[in-house]
Design a protein around this ligand. Structure first.
Ligand code: MOS
Length: 733
């Protein structure tokens, strides 16, 4: 079998997708898994049926901090239909794991760290009996002192270990820049904890046989999830297989394994039967992952012309004791605008609240709220248009790393977006535009998302029937991965999309990038591209021509006056693997996608109700692989941003850190009626530094800045600056 491996040490100047003879790339074709989903034929992890399947239900600590001294399960075991209550205080995992980390900590669950932590699992003949029995398990503990309130402990904040970025950066002298500036902003923004609130709850089915463990799980990154699970269980990796074919959203909460994954595997082994555990909605909220609350101080210093001379972004966030992850709120602040004097800092308050980790656009999603609100305040102080302020501060090189941008299109997005929205018609005076009881305002914000590449491998085969098969353990979390991989393989191999089959989400396939960090399409798409490139070489050989002289189109190989069905060229079948990994390009260029949001809101003068009435965003993310799935990703991100701006907020009880509003009735995300028609535009661009597709990440681009645009519009409507997210009615009256 041929292998085609690429390390991104140099730009890839020409992409085989450029010729586009098939016309498939970029086309807004509907998701190929769509009909399966609407017909109920796409099997999600909890939906597999097995003979003798038993049901697990997690038993959770009804306290927030303490050491378990005993667990009495006799009452639960006596309930008819209960098979066993499995307790393994050493091996169960305390909380969900970070995505990408291959090691799972082995802290166990004897020492409970947050309210509702799973500590045991009931296995029964039905879900209902298991749930019932879980109430009968009694847990004794020796209480320890917990830390539950953020505000009282900000002085105890610690410097976290490096994550996706170093926690501290300092250059120049920000204090002096602030003292000498013609205009300054110095304010504090606060954002609450949030939950990913994916539609499909976390779920696991575990089966053991002579080959080891198969775990059907709702997980975003099977390759690293497999390593985490093997490590937790003390099994060899070759003994663990993960299957995650369809996933009903993840948004970061399924990057790593969660307590149900390990508990279900242990339970299935203990009872000698397959076991299925589906978390309840409350368990998902309490015991998986939250986005940390943040407190962000932003300082901006500008000269008389509105050019930034200094930026300070200091973030406090929270996590469980011993967890190093911090919300990298300063991620975009590193490169979005110029200014030579800079401080970016992240400090961590250790709290006994459920794990905080990655949630859609970790860092940018909340960091850009503060940055883009601060820029709005600065524009007003200087007396220039907020779009113009951003244009003036669009740097030509990365202001921190002093490397070139791979491509940079912020100003183009700002200009195109302003034009499409009709920004020049905006009323400049806050609170001056009214329609009856409604105050009308318009606001804007920039967005950006760092582009990343992850090691990824795929296998592509062509059979004598002229059909192609793509295999990788990459996932589709509702984003359209199945479709774009079929498009890439189809375009490269001259096959219509209907003749490409895509198998995802099974660790028996080559290890893919997984869905996270907006790297999925670029990374896994490149691995498919490279495998298909190798197959093109083989087809050219079979035709006895150079690959450059071969055209693959409509199922045929065409060279000179010969036109041969592709299936006739492959013998019993051809197979190749493609793999990509990051290289020097990652360090030598700063790569990111960009965009600009423009919106209109109306705010009720009497009740403070906010309605978002109009929206336009222009984005640039390199080559757009599918106009429709890309647009849907951007809309999804913006809707998240609108929720952040107006309603989303996890409320913790100060007495024990428990989440009070742990369901979708009380944790408010926008519904259809809350969202206006979305006008989305993409600028055409190629980024040869990113990958051979010349495409960049898009899944997390829409959320960045979207909430800030709403609050900037609210200010324009009302003259009220809200710096404490979300902008609920009470904050506007
Ligand atoms: Mo994303 S928060 O890396 O799923």
């Amino acid at each position: 079998m041929t292998q085609n491996a690429l390390r991104m040490d140099k730009p890839v100047d020409t992409s085989l997708l450029d010729s586009g003879v098939q016309g498939i790339i970029g086309k807004g074709i509907e998701r190929i898994d769509g009909p399966l989903k609407v017909a109920g034929k796409a099997t999600y992890s909890a939906e597999y049926e097995f003979p003798n399947l038993a049901y697990g239900f997690l038993v959770r600590a009804p306290f927030a901090a303490g050491t378990i001294t005993s667990i009495d399960a006799e009452g639960a075991k006596a309930l008819p239909g209960v098979i066993d209550v499995v307790v393994d205080l050493k091996t169960f995992i305390r909380n969900a794991q970070q995505g990408g980390e291959t090691e799972a900590p082995t802290q166990g669950v004897k020492d409970v760290a947050y309210f509702g932590e799973p500590v045991a699992i009931v296995v029964a003949e039905s879900f209902e009996v298991a749930r019932d029995a879980a109430q009968l398990v009694s847990i004794r503990h020796e209480p320890t002192e917990g830390v539950f309130t953020f505000d009282d402990h900000v002085d105890d904040a610690i410097k976290p270990p490096p994550g996706s970025m170093p926690p501290y950066h300092e250059q120049g002298n920000l204090d002096r820049a602030m003292a000498e500036a013609a205009f300054t902003v110095d304010d504090v923004w606060r954002t609450p904890s949030q939950n990913s609130a994916a539609m499909e709850p976390h779920a696991s089915i575990a089966l053991w046989d002579e080959d080891g463990l198969t775990l059907y799980g709702s997980l975003q990154m099977p390759s690293s999830d497999k390593q985490q699970l093997a490590k937790s269980l003390g099994e060899r990796q070759s003994k663990v297989r993960i299957v995650a074919r369809y996933i009903g959203g993840g948004f970061g909460s399924k990057l790593g394994i969660s307590p149900d994954t390990v508990a279900t595997a242990i339970a299935a082994k203990a009872v000698g039967r397959p076991v299925k555990t589906v978390m309840t909605r409350q368990q998902v909220f309490d015991a998986t992952v939250r986005r940390s609350n943040t407190q962000q101080r932003f300082r901006l210093a500008a000269d008389a012309e509105g050019r930034l001379t200094g930026i300070g972004h200091e973030t406090l966030c929270s996590n469980l004791p011993g967890e190093g992850y911090f919300e990298p709120a300063g991620q975009a602040t590193q490169f979005l605008y110029g200014g030579e004097n800079r401080i970016i800092r992240h400090d961590l308050v250790e709290l006994n609240r459920t794990l905080s980790g990655s949630m859609r656009a970790p860092g940018e999603a909340v960091g850009l709220l503060a940055l883009e609100n601060a820029m709005d305040e600065l524009a007003e102080k200087i007396g220039i248009d907020p779009v113009e302020l951003r244009r003036r501060n669009d740097p030509s090189r990365d202001p921190q790393k002093d490397v070139p941008f791979s491509t940079r299109s912020l100003t183009r997005c700002l200009d195109a977006g302003a034009e499409a929205f009709g920004w020049d018609q905006r009323n400049q005076t806050p609170g001056a535009k009214r329609d009856g009881d409604w105050l009308i305002g318009q606001g804007m914000a920039s967005t950006t998302r760092t582009n990343m590449l992850q090691p990824s491998e795929a296998q592509v085969s062509i059979g004598p029937d002229g059909r192609a098969l793509v295999e990788t353990d990459m996932t589709d979390i509702g984003t359209g991965t199945y479709t774009i991989l079929a498009q890439i393989a189809g375009e490269m191999l001259g096959l219509p999309v209907e003749r490409v089959e895509v198998h995802l989400g099974d660790t028996k396939s080559p290890p893919g990038a997984g869905s996270g960090g907006s790297w999925g399409a670029g990374s896994s798409g490149s691995s498919v591209y490279l495998a298909a490139q190798a197959l093109r070489e083989k087809l050219a050989k079979a035709m006895d021509v150079d690959a450059d002289d071969l055209t693959l189109k409509d199922g045929h190989a065409i060279a000179g006056n010969r036109r041969v069905p592709i299936g006739d060229l492959v013998g019993e079948g051809l197979t190749a693997t493609g793999s990509i990994e990051p290289g020097k390009q990652e360090k030598e260029t700063t790569q990111a996608s960009y965009g600009a949001h423009f919106c209109e809101v109306k705010v009720h003068a009497v009740t403070g109700e906010v309605r978002v009435t109009r929206w336009h965003s222009t984005f640039e993310a390199g080559r757009i692989l599918n106009q429709q799935t890309a647009r849907s990703q951007c809309i999804g991100g913006i809707v998240f941003g609108i929720g952040t701006a107006l309603t989303e907020e996890l409320v913790h009880d100060d007495r024990d850190g428990r989440i009070v509003n742990h369901d979708l009735a009380e944790y408010h995300v926008p519904a259809h009626a809350d969202i206006p028609p979305m006008d989305i535009a993409f600028l055409d661009e190629r980024d040869p530094h990113a990958n051979p597709l010349h495409a960049k990440g898009i899944g997390e681009l829409g959320i960045g800045g979207a909430g800030a645009a709403v609050l900037n519009a609210i200010y324009n409507a009302t003259g009220v600056r809200v710096r404490d997210y979300p902008a609920t009615l009470d904050k506007l009256l």
